[in-house]
Write a new protein. Structure first.
Length: 363
């Protein structure tokens, strides 16, 4: 367990972050392009995107390690855009943790307080409380090289918490850990957030982390925010084709919209909606777990007709490759349930989905 309740209880101090039209250039390259975002006090927001999308540069501008070419960063109502990092009083946790190898755990955690000239007795009390919060109170005398990657991450968290910042900024803090430890520690960070009540802005390229941990996720691409939504809305209702393809697996089916009907490549009627345009090209997005393959409907007029061309067992589910008569290559994911009859490679099937399980994105 990452957080422990102390006798006093956690000291809660939160702050909102607002970004107004932030822009950052490196020569002729635009790294961050007119980014605006509001993060409420106590909210956990992830900046999610591929390498080079601008997410880390955005975080570094919030922290003060990069200066924007234009735009503003507000902490609550205070403009901190031009303040140096040490005057922003924000907690920053880096991917490599940035621990001092020659210092003990306690000395590493005490460092921010010593730089603020906090009295020795108070330093000792705060360090002890912070280490207890991250369950490292018995390891205060160790040095970083004597600790596991997960323990080092906890030291970095304690150091960021010890001076009670209103906001924690986390730059891919789990990126250097193995998959099992990442999953364990992401749950502990969720517990941390609930316990201390801090505003958290978290940078990651791992969609599972972002969806599992966040109140909202801001998907970035080419220096811009493409969508900001709660994880469930982001996954089920992507705003554009980039978001649909980047967040989770998705089947993309080209359709034509005619008088409220979406027709597939072979003229199949695939969805109904409020569209009034005539002959408008669009894309229907359906997740693999929502694509149902029905052998009983093969040859009927329902859904996409086709054949199963491959299947892969992945433990809790089976992944089916499905090729429609019009040549579409689609994927269906079916949970493995004891006694459930499954189709097989070569079977003719009809592919369908629920009315609320697909999204239409116009070009």
């Amino acid at each position: 367990m990452l957080m422990k309740a102390t006798a006093r209880g956690p000291e809660v101090k939160t702050g909102g972050i607002t970004l107004h039209n932030l822009q950052k250039r490196y020569g002729s390259a635009v790294a961050v392009d007119e980014v605006s975002l509001s993060v409420s006090p106590g909210e956990f927001v992830s900046l999610l995107g591929p390498s080079g999308s601008g997410k880390t540069t955005t975080l570094m501008m919030i922290a003060g390690f990069e200066m924007p070419d234009s735009g503003k960063v507000l902490l609550d109502d205070l403009d901190i855009t031009r303040l140096p990092p040490h005057r922003r009083e924000l907690g920053v946790i880096f991917q490599n943790y940035a621990l001092f190898p020659h210092m003990t755990v306690a000395e590493n955690v005490a460092y921010p307080l010593q730089m603020r000239r906090v009295a020795k007795a108070e330093v000792e009390a705060r360090v002890s409380r912070a280490l207890d919060q991250v369950d490292l109170g018995t390891l205060a005398s160790r040095r970083p090289h004597q600790m596991s990657g997960g323990q080092q991450q906890r030291v970095a968290i304690a150091r960021a918490l010890v001076f009670d910042p209103p906001v924690l900024l986390l730059d891919e803090p789990l990126g250097a850990l193995d998959k099992k430890l990442r999953e364990h520690l992401r749950n502990e960070i969720k517990t941390l957030r609930k316990t201390v009540g801090k505003t958290m802005i978290y940078v990651t390229h791992d969609q599972d982390e972002a969806l599992a941990m966040s109140d909202r996720v801001a998907v970035m691409h080419q220096g811009r925010i493409r969508q900001v939504s709660a994880p469930r809305d982001l996954y089920r209702r992507p705003a554009d084709l980039f978001v649909a393809g980047f967040v989770g697996e998705v089947n993309l089916i080209p359709v034509k919209l005619k008088s409220g009907i979406a027709y597939g490549p072979a003229g199949e009627r695939l969805a109904a909606g409020p569209w009034t345009e005539a002959d408008t090209d669009a894309t229907l997005c359906v997740r693999p777990e929502h694509l149902h393959l029905d052998r009983g409907a093969a040859g009927s007029s329902a859904g996409l007709q086709g054949r199963i061309t491959g299947m892969t067992f992945v433990g809790d589910a089976t992944i089916f490759e499905f090729r429609s008569e019009s040549g579409l290559q689609l994927t269906s994911k079916v949970l493995n349930v004891s006694g459930q009859a499954m189709p097989d490679v070569g079977d003719l099937c009809a592919g369908s989905w629920g009315a609320n399980d697909a999204t239409i994105l116009a070009k």
